[in-house]
Design a binder for this molecule. Structure first.
Ligand code: HEC
Length: 147
């Protein structure tokens, strides 16, 4: 008799534990669901932006059938930051006096400076996906506008 009572009491306790567990489990699941959804949309948003930026950035090259960007395109994307403002001693576009001595060095030297860097001038003007020809075109564009 006492054995039965114990069993009943135990199974009752077990049952209520199960029910409790199920309830809190359910609650936890719902809460997690909402949080996961939020986290997911937060994670998705930047991913969407990144792929959009990537598409836009690669669009000009792809649009030309993989051909090269024009000198003025490369200039406005990569060189302008420094060469429009004359930042860190960069010779300004449209300032012949700042270019004359450099032009005297010869175009090949200027191309090499643009491709490999020259003192404050970073290699490739930081346009890491620019080809040598694109960089040369950008130099031509700068020189054309600065003599
Ligand atoms: C982070 C700033 C910065 C960016 C971006 C930059 N330049 Fe320059 N550039 C400089 C500075 C500073 C100098 C002057 C270096 C010196 O004479 O000490 C310079 C000098 C040059 C020169 C003259 C080099 C020589 O031999 O006299 C050329 C050509 C040039 N840049 C081309 C470019 C091109 C093309 C781009 C873009 C693809 C570019 N630069 C992007 C900072 C920059």
């Amino acid at each position: 008799m006492t054995e039965n009572m114990k069993r009943i009491a135990l199974s009752a306790a077990f049952l209520s534990l199960l029910t409790l567990g199920a309830c809190s489990g359910e609650k936890g699941e719902v809460k997690l669901g909402v949080e996961q959804e939020k986290a997911m949309s937060e994670r998705l948003a930047p991913a969407g932006e990144v792929s959009l930026v990537g598409e836009v950035a690669s669009a000009p090259a792809a649009g030309n059938g993989g051909g090269s960007r024009s000198g003025s395109d490369v200039y406005s994307t990569s060189c302008k930051t420094c060469h429009d403002a004359g930042m860190a001693g960069a010779p300004k576009l449209g300032a012949p006096d700042q270019w004359a001595a450099r032009i005297d060095k010869g175009m090949d030297t200027l191309y090499t400076s643009a491709i490999s860097g020259f003192q404050g001038m970073p290699p490739k003007g930081l346009c890491m996906d620019c080809s040598d020809d694109e960089l040369k075109a950008a130099v031509d564009y700068m020189i054309d506008g600065s003599q």
